[in-house]
Design a protein around this ligand. Structure first.
Ligand code: RB5
Length: 150
């Protein structure tokens, strides 16, 4: 059983509620980092909490949801060590794990239906990283970052 951190803004609140139910059904522990209602909030406040929890290893992986997924993508991918993947199809959900070792799943609550989103979560959680040549590329990201080239 792995602890999953999850957050949204108002645009992703309904989907977050459904995804938490799914995660519980799948046997995952969930750290819901808010919000606890659908009132208007700012997505950066909620994206930061999940990104920090993943980096500090307080959670195994994270899921963040806003209206389009774009705001949350911008926020979480500013953190060194975060590989956030915006997914609205199953192929991307699989490949972002196999090739990119994605550690945060991002979705747009106003873009995809709940049924598809749940399948995306299942694939993303169950697909392992392939390593090998893909690890080399992730190492390169970290190296370029260290040199302040990115
Ligand atoms: C909120 O209205 C909306 O801007 C937000 O959920 C997100 O889509 C931003 O990228």
């Amino acid at each position: 059983m792995n602890l999953i951190g999850i957050s949204s803004d108002h645009g992703g609140f309904d989907l977050k509620t459904d995804i938490i139910l799914l995660l519980n059904e799948l046997g995952h522990e969930v750290n819901d980092m808010g919000p606890d209602n659908s009132k208007s909030v700012d997505y950066p406040d909620y994206g930061v909490s999940v990104a920090q929890a993943v980096i500090s290893k307080n959670v195994f992986r994270g899921i963040v949801i806003c209206g389009t997924g774009i705001g949350m993508s911008i926020v979480v991918n500013r953190f060194s060590g975060i590989r956030g993947a915006l997914c609205s199809d199953l192929y991307t959900a699989k490949l972002c794990r196999e090739h990119n070792d994605s550690n945060i799943l991002i979705m747009g609550g106003r873009v995809i239906g709940h049924g598809l989103a749940k399948e995306i979560v299942k694939v993303w959680l169950s697909t392992p990283f392939e390593g090998g040549r893909h690890q080399k590329r992730i190492d390169k990201i970290n190296y370029l970052e260290k040199l302040k080239k990115i």
